[in-house]
Design a protein around this ligand. Structure first.
Ligand SMILES: *Cc1c(COP(=O)(O)O)cnc(C)c1O
Length: 396
């Protein structure tokens, strides 16, 4: 049987590893030596699980849709990460990492954010734990996600707009890494997705794996079996997808479908379809697929969704795709928008624009009547209402 989880050297097949500047070597190796020991300790588990229950509101429901299921001619369950405190799955990871930061004696927290959900989740746990929080956010995203910026400020975080590149998630991440290099001893960097140097992709996957742990229990209760036929999730860096598949990953009878952001179309040059278009390279400390030009320069990604326009992809997903374990489907902006309106009209649930990419991917799969599908609804659509209202689609 193949193992699709991380190996002892921090690799998923040929992907992953820790390609970092010398100045971060100690920070990263401290983290590598500490994270498993802490995450597996009874004290950590007790506090983490209690906060997930009483603060986040877990377990998140597994909801069997009626009209969406009818449309696709099979059973479609939504894993409702949109109902978590702060509105997405990001909070699962930030709670885990803030507990680790506290354990390691770090006082100053930095984070990067795209759509602002990870920034809000980081600012939230810093307020909870009384720690300083600095959030790097591309200036373009600061402008398109104003409400999340206001929330971070109210929570006491300092938001630093980043003006390099096309001023989105990639640039915010680069700037956060630069900050970390300047303050290696007192600063903990909370990465928001399954990206960055080892151990981040594995650590974030483990912290998000509560999603698949719950799916197993909930499906057993509702369907009398733990395994669905399909798991479907959107991928930006890949954390909600990693959490969704974690406990199923080596069980090949469960099919994995990943929806990545096609932007205006994979052939248009305005896209963030990293797995489809990327070539192997290094980005933010990890060897993975990267959208790059012939000289190896990283291309600016584009997606209508600020949470998906990243030119890299978590190494776990690069490997799943290369090995044929996951099917990767690019979904364009217009298809995601249409799917958001469709879910709203069929089920009364306004999804995050990122999650709408996963909903749209359902249209590209032919299901059998007996198929059981679990789709992770990674977040709610409050932050995207302006984008939705600027579209002229009234009827999906
Ligand atoms: C951040 C975000 C994503 C994309 O990040 P992943 O790490 O790929 O999960 C998807 N959905 C929502 C709601 C987000 O906030």
């Amino acid at each position: 049987m193949k193992n699709y989880l991380v190996d002892e050297n921090g690799y998923y097949g040929e992907f992953g590893g820790a390609y970092i500047p010398e100045i971060l070597h100690k920070c990263v190796s401290d983290l590598q030596e500490t994270y498993l020991h802490v995450l597996e300790s009874p004290e950590f588990k007790q506090e983490f699980n209690q906060l997930l229950r009483d603060y986040v509101g877990r377990p998140s429901p597994l909801y069997l849709t009626k009209r969406l299921s009818e449309k696709h001619g099979c059973k479609i369950y939504l894993k409702r990460e949109d109902l978590n405190h702060t509105g997405s799955h990001k909070i699962n990871n930030t709670i885990g990492q803030i507990l680790l930061a506290r354990h390691m004696g770090k006082k100053r927290i930095i984070a990067e954010t795209g759509a602002g959900q990870h920034g809000v989740a980081s600012a939230t746990v810093c307020a909870l734990m009384n720690m300083e929080c600095i959030v790097y956010m591309g200036k373009t995203d600061v402008e398109r996600q104003q409400t999340n910026v206001e929330k971070m400020k109210m929570l006491g975080a300092t938001v630093i707009p980043v003006t390099s590149g096309n001023m989105t998630l990639k640039d915010a991440t680069s700037e956060a890494i630069r900050d970390w290099c300047c303050h290696p001893s007192d600063t903990y960097y909370i990465i928001g997705s399954t990206v960055g140097p080892h151990p981040y992709p594995d650590m974030v996957s483990r912290l998000q794996s509560v999603i698949s742990e719950e799916i197993k229990k909930q499906l057993l209760e509702q369907e009398g079996k733990e395994n669905p036929d399909y798991l479907v999730a959107c991928v930006g860096g890949g954390s909600n997808a990693a959490g969704t598949i974690y406990h199923y990953i080596n069980d090949e009878e469960v099919k994995i479908v990943l929806a990545e952001a096609g932007g205006k179309g994979v052939e248009t040059g305005e896209t963030a379809a990293t797995i489809r278009l990327g070539k192997t390279g290094i980005i933010h400390g990890s060897r993975t697929y990267v959208i790059q030009n012939e000289d190896g320069q990283i291309e600016e990604p584009y997606s209508i969704s600020a949470g998906l326009d990243y030119p890299g992809i978590g190494p776990i997903h690069a490997n799943l795709s290369k090995e044929g374990r996951a099917t990767v489907i690019p979904v364009n902006d217009d298809e995601a928008i249409r799917a958001a309106f469709e879910l709203t009209q069929l089920e009364g649930i306004i999804p995050a624009l990122e999650s709408a990419h996963a909903i749209a991917a359902l249209d590209k799969i032919t299901f059998k009547p007996e198929d059981v599908v679990v789709l992770t609804l990674s977040g709610r659509g409050d932050k995207d209402i302006d984008t939705y209202l600027n579209q002229n689609i009234v009827n999906a």
